[in-house]
Design a protein around this ligand. Structure first.
Ligand SMILES: O=C(O)/C=C/C(=O)CC(=O)CC(=O)O
Ligand SMILES: [Ca+2]
Ligand SMILES: [Mg+2]
Length: 419
């Protein structure tokens, strides 16, 4: 018999008792931010549970990690504390446990309808790195930016390529994105143009949230890297393709990416995703020993992108992909990131890279879907090559279990015109 909560949760909900993703919310506009987990259409206030003394295991009793405005302190405690929190909460919310179910006063204090809360960024992000780990995306971008002969550089198959992103402009789902201005790629012999980006794009990504991290100078072993990853979120790495194509030689993405990155508010833990673990693709050539994993895992997470065109009521699916298309695993990304001694800290964010699958219907950005604007997508009777002002982009993702889903909710943002 599957685990069930005393709280009614429909079969299509992303947030059954099997999930219990962590986030930061405000129950009222004026109340201070606090940690919560999603359960059905409710948010369970972990500060209230903590104050009631219900986190009574060895790692969490007496801890103030759930009385903080972000999850960093909890992340720093590591996997044993995460497992304890999950076990405590699954027990507390289960159908046959009376402690919360039969305590109207505590229920009143701790369960808030999700429709009433404001979600905030769940973590204070010190550093954000964005990888480039889908082979299909790398090949397609390579063909468009560098030509078919050297579409994928040989280094791509030896190490998970990445660039350092900008954490200050990471925002939570629902935040508007202002169209960036900048220098656009010149055509032919003309000078570059300057103005609002003409090739504004989304990138369908997920990101790993780093737990305890490592000391400067002490790399994390790839086989232990899983213990440094708390969970995953959906991520939109908004990209201005005209700015990017002109500026990225030779140091990589800069202003074409740093104007905004959107995260979904709920962090789904690797523990909740474990039933959906699957084999990662076979890597050829074999990675160097520091990247060779005993168990090389991906996760089966279906991903979908919808665009709601400016002025329209309905949105249109523009692509469907899956997290399991990634060539490099999150554990390899993390081990590679630290192999030179670089330290990761609680709350750091590792973007997966755009998650494109092999088929054109599974490409993870408009650059690929419209082949750099050479063709149009049709959406509810209108067409798009790149995003227009007023367009809203909505990502969703979930894993399907037997009679339940473990989902991420949505990650959305609407484009506002340049000032
Ligand atoms: O191939 C290139 O020059 C770069 C393509 C990207 O936009 C890379 C990027 O942001 C990483 C990713 O999302 O995979
Ligand atoms: Ca990216
Ligand atoms: Mg970005």
């Amino acid at each position: 018999m599957a685990l069930k909560s005393f709280i009614e949760v429909g079969p299509d909900s992303h947030f059954p008792i099997q999930n219990l993703p962590f986030g930061i919310f405000k129950p009222e506009p004026t109340s201070p931010p606090r940690p919560g987990v999603a359960i059905g259409d409710y948010v369970l206030d972990l500060s209230a549970i903590s104050v009631s003394g219900l986190f009574d295991g060895p790692f969490l009793s007496g801890s103030d990690c759930f009385l903080q405005p972000n999850l960093n302190k909890f992340l720093a405690l590591g996997r044993p504390a995460w497992k304890e929190a999950r076990a405590t909460l699954q027990n507390l919310l289960s159908a046959d446990e009376a402690k919360l179910r039969d305590n109207p006063n505590l229920r009143e204090k701790s369960l808030v309808p999700m429709s009433k809360v404001e979600m905030l960024l769940p973590i204070a992000i010190g550093d954000y790195t964005d990888f480039f780990s889908s082979m299909h995306h790398a090949r397609n971008c390579g063909i468009m930016f560098r030509g078919p002969e050297n579409a994928i550089n040989p280094n791509w198959f030896q190490l998970p390529i990445a660039y350092h992103g900008r954490s200050s402009s990471i925002v939570v789902s629902g935040t508007d994105i202002i169209r960036p201005r900048g220098q656009g790629h010149p055509s032919g012999n003309s000078p570059p143009y300057f103005g609002p980006s003409r090739k504004l794009d989304f990138e369908l990504e997920m990101a790993a949230v780093v737990g305890p991290g490592n000391e400067l100078g002490k790399p994390v072993d790839v086989n232990e890297a899983g213990d440094h990853i708390f969970g995953l979120v959906l991520m939109n790495d908004w990209s201005a393709r005209d700015i990017q194509a002109w500026e990225y030689v030779p140091l990589g993405p800069f202003l074409g990416k740093s104007f905004g990155t959107t995260l979904s508010p709920w962090i789904v833990t690797l523990d909740a995703l474990e039933p959906f673990a699957c084999d990662a693709p076979k890597q050829d050539p074999q990675p160097l020993p520091y990247l060779a994993e005993k168990i090389s895992k991906n996760y089966d997470i279906s991903l979908e992108v919808q665009i709601k065109p400016a002025g329209q009521e309905d949105s249109c699916v523009v692509t469907r992909s899956n997290f399991n298309h990634l060539y490099w695993t999150v554990t390899q990304q993390l081990a590679h990131h630290t192999i030179n001694g670089c330290n990761l800290r609680p709350g750091d964010l590792l973007g997966s890279g755009t998650i494109s699958g092999p088929e054109p219907e599974s490409y993870g950005c408009l650059l690929e879907l419209t082949w750099n604007g050479q063709k149009s997508l049709s959406l509810n009777g209108t067409t798009r090559k790149f995003l227009e002002d007023g367009d809203e982009v909505v990502f969703s993702g979930c894993s399907k279990g037997d009679g339940y889903k473990v989902g991420f909710g949505t990650c959305s943002g609407k484009i506002l015109p340049s000032p």
